[in-house]
Design a protein around this ligand. Structure first.
Ligand code: ZN
Length: 377
């Protein structure tokens, strides 16, 4: 007769220090015994715990708990960090039209198109885009990028309408024409290999900072400091111009969340969800400081230098070096252009209104007008 190994047999062997390797290869091992073996091998089960005494009186763990649903492993797996980053084989881009078309409709690329549509819907639902505004790109090869089409609302654009382009913006597949703003996205991808996806939108609070030409104050919102870092302002250039593309590239290379003066915002990440999160972080931070500026007389206490050093450490641990490391405290949390709602005294020479912070061009203009008025007196 074959030896039958039950969960209790395994438990007794473990508690007596008998190696489980001594179980005969011809023995019949019950499913609950196999679970106990897996648990012991995988997690080093405690032998004198209350768990052991409870299972002995209750007749084994399999009797105490319902069976696992189909497909669930019998022991907890090692936890992993989720990532939707797409990786490709370098030098393996499709080249012929037929290869490109098959690649464009392959299961992996169709799954990424779904991610793109999900983010488009979230942007529209969260008021981050208006009209046909906003656009999304995802890098899928050495020289291939998925791109939302022009003149389609992000609330309605369909998976079938996504285009495939190369890093110079030439359309390679898809029946809808690509967005004209893709060139700024591609410029970032060319200089920043960590950038696998870029999104552009007009979320109201961060766009308000962009329209006011004010960089959001730093050292205030810890999560934004970790995930977006300093939110830099790209000066105004005509949309679609070469100057704008160059300015975006140079500012966004080391800053994944940026403002486009008098226009909107851009964010990039390791995948499209990551890029979207950065835009959401940026928008929430801008909304929060706008509201906070109306509290406590606008005196907003900043995170101190040691606190910021800890934040840089966290950023390094998630692969995001911070361009501000090494700056002194006064340089680090310099928020000159943000008044935080504080009531500033009216400058006698200009008569500027209370609580405003003028940009350099406006200050120049006010000075010229004041000089003219004084000259004419
Ligand atoms: Zn725009």
């Amino acid at each position: 007769m074959k030896q039958v190994i039950t969960a209790n047999t395994i438990k007794d062997m473990i508690s007596q220090g008998v190696s489980l390797d001594t179980i005969s290869g011809s023995a019949v091992i019950t499913p609950s015994a196999q679970d106990a073996i897996n648990a012991h091998n995988g997690r080093s089960v405690a032998t004198n715990s209350s768990y052991s005494s409870q299972t002995s009186s209750a007749g084994g763990s399999s009797d105490r708990f319902p069976p696992l649903p189909a497909g669930v492993p019998s022991v907890p797996p090692e936890p992993i960090v989720p990532s939707a980053e797409y990786t490709w084989v370098p030098g393996g881009d499709p080249t012929t039209p037929e290869e490109i078309q098959r690649f464009f409709y392959s299961p992996d690329i169709m799954a990424i198109k779904k991610d793109m549509i999900n983010v488009a819907r979230k942007m529209w639902k969260r008021n981050m885009v208006d009209g046909n505004g906003g656009n999304i790109t995802i890098r899928v090869g050495d020289n291939l990028v998925l791109c939302t089409p022009t003149l389609r609302s992000k609330g309605e654009v369909l998976l079938d309408e996504i285009a495939l382009i190369d890093l110079d913006g030439n359309q390679k597949a898809g029946w809808r024409k690509r967005t004209s703003e893709a060139l700024t996205h591609l410029a970032i991808m060319k200089v920043q290999p960590k950038c696998k996806s870029v999104i552009h939108g007009h979320p109201p609070y961060s766009t308000a900072f962009a329209v006011a030409n004010i960089e959001p104050p730093t050292c205030l919102c810890s999560e934004a400091e970790i995930f977006t870092g300093p939110i830099k302002l790209v000066p105004y250039f005509t949309p679609g111009s070469h100057e704008l593309t160059i300015a975006v590239r140079d500012t966004a290379k080391d800053n994944p969340a940026i403002l486009l003066a008098n226009h909107g915002v851009m964010a990039w990440g390791s995948d499209v969800e990551d890029a979207y999160w950065k835009m959401e972080n940026m928008e929430t931070a801008c909304q929060t400081v706008t509201i906070a500026a109306g509290l406590n007389g606008g005196k907003l206490p900043t995170i101190n230098h040691d606190g910021m050093k800890d934040i840089f450490e966290i950023r390094r641990s998630i692969g995001m070096e911070d361009p501000r490391e090494g700056l002194q405290e006064c340089e680090l949390c310099q928020n000159d252009s943000f008044t935080g709602g504080q009531v500033c005294p009216i400058p006698e020479s200009t008569g500027a209104s209370v609580g405003t912070s003028l940009n350099p061009q406006a200050e120049d203009l006010v000075k010229k007008l004041t000089d003219q008025i004084i000259a004419n007196m």
